[in-house]
Ligand binder design. Structure first.
Ligand code: PLP
Length: 260
C-alpha cells in the first residue's frame, strides 16, 4: 500500500526542515505526500530569517481540496505559527478527516532560537490538536512548554510522556536527543505500555529537520498500515541513516540526506 499522507506544516526555503523534509521523507519511504502550507519561512542552515503565515482561508482551501479529492490515510502537522491557524486545522480535520491517523509534531522554536509558533498559541495546540492526535512527537523543550514544568533525566522522559497522555493524544513519542550523554533514548508511551529505543548519539552538525523527518516518516508508516511501534522503528532507522550520510551543505546545521 502506497499510503497517502497530508502534511500540514511550514516551508523551509533551505530545504532542510519543514514541508521540504516532510515531502522527501514520505517520498523516500514509498508514500504519496500531499501538502497544505501553513506558513512560509525564509531560511537557510544558519537560521530563520523571516516568517510569513499563510492566510487562514487559503490554508483551509488547501486542506479541503486535497481531502475531498485525493483523501488521506494519515495526517501530519508541523509548524502552524498561530492560534488562528491551529483552530482552522483542527476544524478541517474534524470536519473532513475525523478519525484519520494524525501525527502532531508540536513545533515551537527553531534550533537557532527563532519562534515558529506564537507563544500565545500553546494553549490552542493543547486544547484543539492534542486530543485529535494518534501520536504526539515532542522534543524535550517542547514537552516542557506543554507541561509547564522542567523534565529531569531519562526517567523524567517517561513520566512526562505519561503526563502528556492525559492531555488527549493516544500515544506520545518523547525524543531524548536534548538530554546529555552518549546514549540517546526515544521513549514511546501509550496506555498499553512503554517502548524505549536507546542508541549511540550521532555526532554531526546535520541535525536540521530531524524532528520533521521523524514525524513524517512515522505518519507514512501509519498510512501504509504499519502499527505504531513498527512505524516508529522504521522512522528512527531512516532518520539515523539520513543523518549519518548527510551531504554537509551550508555553513550551519545542514540538511539530512533523503536519497539514502
Ligand atoms: N523550519 C520549519 C518550517 C520547521 O517546521 C522546523 C521544525 O519543525 C524548523 C524550521 C526547525 O528545524 P530545526 O529545529 O531542526 O532547525
Amino acid at each position: 500500500m502506497q499510503g497517502r499522507v497530508l502534511i500540514i506544516a511550514g516551508s523551509d526555503s533551505g530545504g532542510g526542515a519543514g514541508i521540504q523534509a516532510d515531502i522527501k521523507a514520505v517520498t523516500a519511504l514509498g508514500g504519496h505526500a500531499a501538502t497544505a502550507l501553513a506558513a512560509l519561512t525564509a531560511q537557510n542552515t544558519l537560521g530563520v530569517h523571516g516568517v510569513m503565515p499563510v492566510p487562514v482561508p487559503f490554508l483551509r482551501q488547501q486542506m479541503a481540496v486535497v481531502l475531498d479529492d485525493i483523501g488521506a490515510d494519515a495526517l501530519k502537522t508541523g509548524m502552524l505559527a498561530t492560534a488562528e491557524i491551529i483552530d482552522a486545522v483542527a476544524d478541517e480535520i474534524s470536519a473532513r478527516a475525523p478519525g484519520c491517523a494524525l501525527v502532531v509534531d508540536p513545533v515551537m522554536v527553531a534550533k537557532g532560537g527563532h519562534r515558529l509558533l506564537e507563544e500565545s498559541a500553546t494553549a490552542a495546540l493543547i486544547r484543539r490538536l492534542l486530543p485529535l492526535a494518534t501520536v504526539l512527537t515532542p522534543n524535550l523543550p517542547e514537552a516542557e512548554v506543554l507541561l509547564g514544568r522542567a523534565i529531569d533525566g531519562e526517567n523524567g522522559l517517561e513520566a512526562a510522556g505519561r503526563a502528556l497522555l492525559d492531555l488527549g493524544p493516544r500515544a506520545v513519542l518523547m525524543k531524548g536527543g536534548h538530554l546529555p550523554g552518549d546514549t540517546v533514548t526515544d521513549v514511546l508511551v501509550t496506555a498499553d505500555g512503554v517502548t524505549r529505543w536507546p542508541a549511540p548519539r550521532l555526532h554531526t552538525r546535520a541535525t536540521h529537520g530531524t524532528g520533521c523527518t521523524l514525524a513524517s516518516a512515522v505518519a507514512c508508516g501509519l498510512a501504509q498500515g504499519l502499527d505504531l511501534v513498527a512505524a516508529v522503528e522504521r522512522a528512527r532507522a531512516y532518520v539515523r541513516l539520513a543523518m549519518r550520510t548527510a551531504p554537509g551543505l551550508g555553513h550551519g546545521h545542514g540538511p539530512l540526506n533523503h536519497a539514502c
